[in-house]
Design a binder for this molecule. Structure first.
Ligand code: ZN
Length: 345
């Protein structure tokens, strides 16, 4: 099968990679779309420092081609036989199911997790990928392939909105140009929050206008410490620095994208900050103003599929370019400049 592989130095298309063999409890999935975002391009840019080699790509929609069940499969797992032939998405994070955090209901913080296409496990920019049956979520016919490819990013946006649901927040600012920033703004706007996006490109402002979301160029941000909540989706120390200048005393800063350092293998020390996070941030202002700094990651992927089914959030307007798998290397180059590049597999 064809697969887009990263060897720690460069990306190349393997025209005849061996078809992955699903282990018991896994499915073989044929992706139809793969969405490239900042985490994918950051991986390739970091090269050997990323500590990953294998098939890239962590966001996809595809069809289940084969299912491998252990002979002693428990009923819940055996019931997943019905996924054969279905269209599915998956959370890229694969939990062990056995560690203390998995057992206490926090599988997303699993101590020995892997992330497809990013940490410890082959990704989905290929004609076939093997994935645990437990990670798959079916996609209703009403949701297109293009829409479903955004499920993982959308799950993170919805999760941020849930974390901020009970926050006293009349004024919310979202920082960033990524799909995550714009989906988070849409998710917060649904909760009737007065949301404003600070972005640095004109096409982002046009999208916000289409959705009725206020927006301003990043450089015009008034640093008046008057925002109840600032959501930083820039994944950079300059974004955090700006967030701390925008948020009011006792306000909240939500950090949405640690993309320049993440994803890192669980259970190992954090790698040295790279790229956008390398510059130190003076946190004095956070202490003086008693600012709460919270982290946020992806949420349940089924919630995102539900929101796509309800047509609650516009994702397809975010697609900036599309490429065939054979042009996968060009697609990665384009993804460095343009958010939300789609690969047609
Ligand atoms: Zn675990």
């Amino acid at each position: 099968v064809r697969a887009l592989r990263f060897d720690g130095e460069s990306l190349r298309l393997s025209p005849a990679a061996p078809e992955p063999a699903p282990a018991p409890g896994e499915a073989l999935v044929r992706p139809s779309r793969v969405l490239l975002g900042p985490a994918d391009t950051a991986l390739v840019q970091r090269g050997a420092h990323a500590g990953f080699s294998g098939v890239v790509g962590h966001q996809f929609v595809g069809v289940v081609k084969k299912i491998e069940l252990p002979s002693d499969a428990p009923p819940l797992l055996a019931a997943r036989r019905s996924l054969l032939g279905k269209r599915v998405v998956a959370s890229p994070m694969i939990a062990c199911g056995a560690c203390d955090l998995c057992r206490s209901g926090l599988p997303m913080h699993c101590r020995s997790r892997t992330v497809i296409g990013l940490a410890g496990r082959d990704g989905c920019a290929a004609e076939c990928v093997a994935l645990p049956l437990s990670s798959l979520c079916t996609v209703p016919d009403a949701v297109s392939d293009d829409e479903a490819a955004f499920a993982h990013t959308l799950s993170a946006a919805l999760h941020a909105a849930i974390l901020l649901r009970n926050e006293h927040s009349s004024y919310v600012t979202v920082l960033g140009d990524s799909a995550l920033a714009l989906l988070t703004a849409q998710a917060l706007a649904r909760q009737n929050k007065a949301v404003r996006v600070l972005s640095s490109t004109a096409d982002r402002s046009r999208l916000c206008e289409k959705w009725g979301i206020k927006n301003r160029p990043l450089e015009e941000a008034g640093r008046r410490q008057d925002q109840d909540v600032v959501v930083d989706c820039t994944g950079s120390s300059s974004g955090l620095r700006l967030a701390l200048q925008l948020v009011r005393p006792r306000g909240t800063v939500l950090l949405q994208s640690p993309l320049a350092v993440a994803p890192f293998p669980a259970g190992r020390p954090l790698p040295e900050p790279a790229g956008a996070w390398a510059a130190p941030v003076d946190l004095t202002i956070a202490t003086v103003n008693e600012v709460r700094i919270m982290g946020s990651r992806d949420g349940p992927i089924a919630d995102a599929v539900g929101a796509l089914t309800d047509r609650a959030i516009d994702v397809v307007s975010l697609i900036s370019k599309r490429f065939k798998l054979d042009d996968g290397i060009k697609a990665f180059d384009a993804a460095r400049e343009h958010p939300s590049v789609l690969l047609d597999i």
